[in-house]
Design a protein. Structure first.
Length: 409
């Protein structure tokens, strides 16, 4: 049995018209109450601010966009503040009114395809310094100015960093609006050479060194320098050492340089390096650069004391083997060339099986050997021997050099 359904066409058409009529009324109400914001699109910054030249400039090109193609723009207020990045000069300065850019300064010659009015803000370092109350002697490349724009419309609304959403201020790949409102031009220095990195890499990789090794200190400048005045390398020694050696500064490649440092014989010391006095432009001496971390010198020779002595006696009453442990004041490092020598007036040889074992902590060594006299094991009587180690040192290369006298009763 089939069931057929019929629709009354006239009723359906009336219903659609009724819904459409209601929808138009709702849309009109919504549109009447919708307001559009405004942005200042960043078309490009040029930051030439140079701490050595008050005439250098910062400029930015801004495109005004609003619901009426930029015609609602009344003015752009510019506020300026200062961030003392290294806390050595003026100190932070809060933003205050710097200038006002009238709408008439925004022309219709947009370099984009938007056809929107574009204006350019430009200022000098001298004007910025005067505004925040600082001078050339108080600023550095660690500092930056804060330049804040507020877009004022003819209806009184103001758009700025405080009420812009992330979609508006976003930069990078998906930054359609690209309107940050606030910018932080840093201070550069084309004349003053800067050390970007100063680091020491010692031969043992532990952050310590001794007088038996020459260590490389790497210096990286902010550019490939052509020195008018070569920099001076100095070091500060807490122990007052004067017998260490600082090698010449040598170019490795491009902006990378190095010098060789050999520590003196002071048992313990802490040093730091300073690179200073260099220039690539006459009259502009580079900023001092210090090694980030003080460097520890360790020339302390490991000392040891005799620990456990184990003597095994066989069924014939002869000494079958001897085990002696020496405990050290410094952590030792493993070495395939490590060995030991034994000399004694009580025996003249050792069996073919001998061993030297460094414990897991690296703080003690155990030796095992077979004392023999004329090729046979010695009798179970008191004896003594002198023990010296060969090719054994602590982690920084200080060799174990003393001789241990072992008495066995």
């Amino acid at each position: 049995m089939r069931i057929f359904k019929y629709i009354n066409t006239s009723l359906w058409i009336c219903g659609v018209l009724l819904i459409a009529s209601c929808s138009d009324q709702v849309i009109d109400d919504v549109l009447e109450n919708v307001t559009s914001g405004a942005i200042l699109r960043n078309l490009g910054e040029t930051n030439n601010l140079d701490v050595s030249d008050p005439s250098t400039t910062y400029s930015i090109q801004l495109e005004a966009q609003d619901a009426s193609g930029g015609s609602l723009l009344q003015e752009v207020r510019v506020n300026v503040g200062f961030n003392d990045g290294d806390d050595t000069g003026t100190g932070d300065v809060a933003m205050t009114a710097f200038t006002v850019i009238p709408a008439s300064a925004f022309t219709d010659t947009s370099p984009t395809t938007n056809g929107l009015p574009v204006g350019t803000f430009s200022t000098t370092l001298e004007d910025l310094m005067t505004h925040v109350g600082t001078t050339l002697t108080s600023i550095s490349t660690a500092d930056n100015f804060i330049i804040d724009f507020e877009m004022v419309l003819t209806d009184g609304r103001v758009f700025n960093r405080g009420n812009a959403t992330g979609d508006i201020t976003r930069t990078g790949r998906f930054s359609f609006f690209n309107s940050q409102f606030r910018y932080n031009p840093v201070l550069g220095d084309r004349n003053r050479l800067v050390v970007n990195d100063l680091s020491i890499k010692d031969n043992n990789g532990l952050g310590t060194l001794n007088s038996g090794s020459s260590d490389t200190v790497f210096v990286t400048f902010d550019r490939t320098p052509t020195f008018v005045t070569a920099p001076t390398i100095t070091r500060t020694s807490t122990a007052g050492a004067t017998d260490d050696v600082i090698g010449a500064l040598t170019q490795l490649e491009d902006e990378d340089y190095f010098f060789i440092y050999t520590a003196g014989a002071t048992a313990t010391d802490t040093i730091s390096f300073t690179v200073t006095g260099g220039s690539v432009v006459a009259g502009f001496i580079m900023s001092d650069a210090d090694l980030d971390d003080a460097y520890v010198i360790d020339n302390v020779t490991p000392t040891g004391i005799i620990g456990d002595i184990i003597v095994r006696i066989n069924e014939l009453g002869s000494v079958s083997d001897v085990s002696v442990t020496i405990n050290f004041s410094e952590t030792l490092k493993e070495s395939e060339s490590a060995s030991f020598n034994i000399s004694s007036t009580d025996f003249n040889g050792m069996g073919s099986i001998t061993s030297l074992v460094l414990d897991d902590l690296g703080s003690s060594i155990t030796i095992n050997f077979f004392p023999t006299q004329g090729g046979t094991n010695i009798d179970d009587n008191p004896f003594s021997f002198d023990l010296t180690f060969v090719g054994i040192s602590d982690l920084v290369g200080n060799s174990v050099s003393n001789t241990f006298t072992v008495d066995v009763f």
